[in-house]
Write a protein that binds this ligand. Structure first.
Ligand code: GAP
Length: 514
């Protein structure tokens, strides 16, 4: 049986082999933590974006969308706090010359204690079998107690250092915990220093007149600076939201786990503007709505959990992550933040413009508070792929790789296959394609044996394969083969559209949210 790590490695290869994700500029050996989406990846990604966009804008009369530019006036980032505080703590190993995030090294160390505890629990479980009382074991086993105490002490010390921005203490923790560089194996560490994650470039033709500008590290600021534009032109009444999908850029120091942490990625963000004092009610509303959005896809309710932030950003009064169980543990896919009036107030201060809302019901003006939902398209893509990817052993010693994607997200909804490339079957297959292609993404395949064609479609997650054979010419029926069960049905061509629609139409999914 393959380990989770091996399965994840296979998934990454699969993504490349079947046109989902390629390393960027691969012919030049790639570019660190930058990826391109291939012919199937882009379809899956577009379907995810469409699901999110429709759930925000179509299902909420008071949410509208925008598409702001990536380049923004540089003062935006001064006002938002990114120029001064969008930093990660960095540390270098002098022997390997490798650079690490100090916080990640310490978090990995905490995870090691957790693993040790888990191993003890599993060992004991095997030994005691059915009668094993895990809670009692955790409370009384001396080795578990010792690991737990060390873990908790480390966690507390680390949280304190992070909250106080104490870089010396972070280094001291690394030394005290005897954390070694995974490459050189030594503890020859430099001091910890802050590293700003924004990419910058110059706008303008001469170096004299050129202005330093940044590639946006989040899409949210494009929404904040357009608050008045949208509110006034759309005659929006509070509470209301503005949604946006777009690229964001961060010079991540530790870029790993495939598309989980990238330097160029895509966000789907929604800022919901509310009356001051109403924010906790809306924070809870959006937490529940967003979790429902995830669960409606049917990837498995047990794979999600909320993780409330202990350390709040200086502008937030509540924050939580929706985490998904990836092969490398529960990881953040989405953040939901109560950002108070920080961003709008800062932009008012730095621009000198009044950014307020006149509330006719209260007969007064105020700076709205904001609840933000922010999800990474790429992380969502990864969570969908991780839950869909399966290596199956079949009867008769055969095996297959299948992507059990939710049909609404599948890149290709159905593949139409003439049994042979003659006798009028290809022509009949084209007729069937024409019945479906205007509403669904359909492929045509006439190469190789039917078995091989099925495998190719399984590998990209196509829910239906439709085979046209000689009988089709007489009875106008086709063989439909289902991806997950591999069962086959004979059905009338006239019923095909409804069959595909019933599984693949986004409307059914959206209905689950209201
Ligand atoms: N506007 C709020 C904001 O940007 P964030 O928690 O830094 O908050 C939101 O990012 C989401 O964007 C994350 O939950 C994650 O899904 C995605 N994200 C952030 N950094 C990323 C990266 N380097 N690569 C891929 N996705 C990333």
């Amino acid at each position: 049986m393959a380990t989770q790590e091996e399965v994840f490695k296979n998934l990454v290869s699969h993504c490349k082999e079947y046109g989902f994700v390629f390393p960027s500029s691969e012919i030049y050996d790639g570019l660190g933590a930058v990826y391109d989406y291939g012919q199937n990846g882009v379809e899956l990604k577009n379907n995810i974006k469409q699901y999110w966009w429709a759930s925000m804008t179509k299902l909420h009369e008071n949410i509208v969308g925008i598409d702001a530019a990536i380049f923004m006036h540089p003062t935006t980032w001064k006002a938002s706090g990114h120029v001064d505080a969008f930093n990660d703590p960095l540390i270098d190993n002098r022997d390997s010359k490798k650079r690490y995030r100090a916080d990640v090294l310490i978090e990995d160390q905490i995870a090691k204690y957790d693993e040790k505890i888990q191993k003890e629990v599993e060992k004991a479980h095997k030994r005691f079998g059915e009668s094993f009382d895990e809670q009692m074991f955790r409370q009384t086993n001396p080795r578990v107690i010792e690991h737990q105490q060390k873990r908790d002490a480390l966690h507390e010390r680390y949280s304190k250092a992070m909250n106080a921005n104490d870089l010396d203490e972070l280094k001291q923790i690394i030394l005290d915990e005897q954390i070694v560089c995974p490459i050189s194996g030594t503890r020859n560490w430099t001091d910890v220093r802050q590293f700003n994650l924004m990419f910058s470039t110059e706008m303008g033709s001469t170096s004299d007149g050129a202005m330093k500008i940044y590639l946006r590290p989040e899409t949210a600021q494009g929404i904040f600076v357009n608050f008045l534009n949208v509110q006034k032109t759309g005659r929006m009444k509070i509470p209301f939201g503005i949604a946006q999908i777009g690229k964001a850029f961060r010079n991540e120091i530790v870029a790993r786990q495939f598309v989980f942490r990238m330097r160029e990625f895509e966000q789907m963000e929604m800022q919901f503007f509310v009356r001051p004092g109403d924010e906790m009610r809306w924070f809870d509303f959006w937490k529940q709505f967003r979790l429902k959005w995830h669960k409606a896809l049917g990837l498995g309710d047990e794979k999600y959990r909320f993780h409330d932030h202990e350390k709040l950003a200086h502008y937030a009064n509540a924050a939580t992550d929706i985490e998904f169980l990836m092969p490398f543990g529960f990881k953040e896919v989405e953040g939901i933040h109560s950002r108070t009036d920080f961003d709008l107030s800062q932009h008012a201060k730095y621009s000198g413009k009044k950014i307020e809302y006149f509330d006719p019901e209260l007969n007064k003006s105020y700076t709205p508070y904001v609840i933000e939902t922010s999800i990474g398209v790429d992380r969502m893509f990864l969570s969908v792929m991780c839950s869909a990817y399966k290596e199956e052993q079949l009867e008769g010693g055969d095996s297959r790789v299948v992507l059990s994607l939710p049909p609404v997200l599948a890149p290709v909804k159905a593949c139409v296959m003439p049994l042979v490339r003659k006798d009028g079957l290809p022509e009949k297959a084209r007729e069937v394609m024409d019945l479906l292609r205007f509403d669904f993404n359909i492929q045509y395949d006439e190469k190789d044996s039917i078995g091989k064609r099925y495998r190719r479609q399984d590998a990209i997650g196509t829910p239906f394969c439709i085979t046209i054979d000689h009988d089709t010419l007489d009875d106008n029926c086709v063989t439909v083969r289902y991806r997950d069960t591999m069962k086959q049905d004979r059905i009338a061509i006239s019923e095909l559209h409804e069959l595909v629609r019933s599984q693949c139409d986004m409307t059914n999914l959206l209905r689950k949210l209201i």
